[in-house]
Design a protein around this ligand. Structure first.
Ligand code: NI
Length: 161
């Protein structure tokens, strides 16, 4: 993921639109496809959706931290561990959609935080070093688009078989 390319407006637009797109995809996805993945050992759509929820939870909190006190060190975060521990594979399609609704609520809060226009505040990422609010928000946006493309790929394979 190459960051540092999107403007603030593009980041906000991307964060708004990807959540809408995700919601639409979840609505059109059939029960069977929710459990499909790109291959053995890869995350299913349910797990990717769960991972997007986790990402919002963790990264939005990082934005909050960066805004409230400059240069706070962030807790490290292991995405695989979250997906495993939260057992998203056991969610029903309905529960996955409900999770996306919760993600949508969280996203609104994230967007509210970004309205404060404190984009230059920053925190300390355990591996990436200093990250500004702008970079944190851009990371969420690019990351979500990356996984949306995976969901679409899984859906198109699953629907054609
Ligand atoms: Ni990811």
């Amino acid at each position: 993921m190459e960051t540092g390319k999107l403007t603030k407006t593009e980041i906000i637009t991307s964060l708004r639109e990807s959540i809408r797109e995700l919601e639409e995809l979840m609505e059109t996805c059939d029960e069977h496809t929710f459990d499909q993945s790109m291959g053995e050992g890869k995350w299913s759509i349910k797990q990717i959706a769960g991972h997007l929820y986790d990402t919002e939870e963790v990264w939005s909190e990082r934005i909050e931290q960066a805004i409230s006190s400059d240069h706070t060190p962030f807790q490290s975060y292991d995405p695989d561990m979250y997906v495993k521990e939260r057992a998203y594979e056991l969610y029903t399609a309905q529960e996955t959609k409900a999770l996306i609704n919760r993600l949508k609520d969280r996203r609104s809060k994230t967007l509210q935080l970004l309205k404060k226009d404190t984009w230059d505040q920053s925190g300390l990422h355990p591996e990436e070093g200093v990250m500004t609010v702008q970079l944190l928000a851009e990371t969420i946006a690019l990351h979500e688009n990356h996984h949306l493309a995976q969901i679409k790929a899984i859906m198109s394979v699953s629907e054609s078989t």
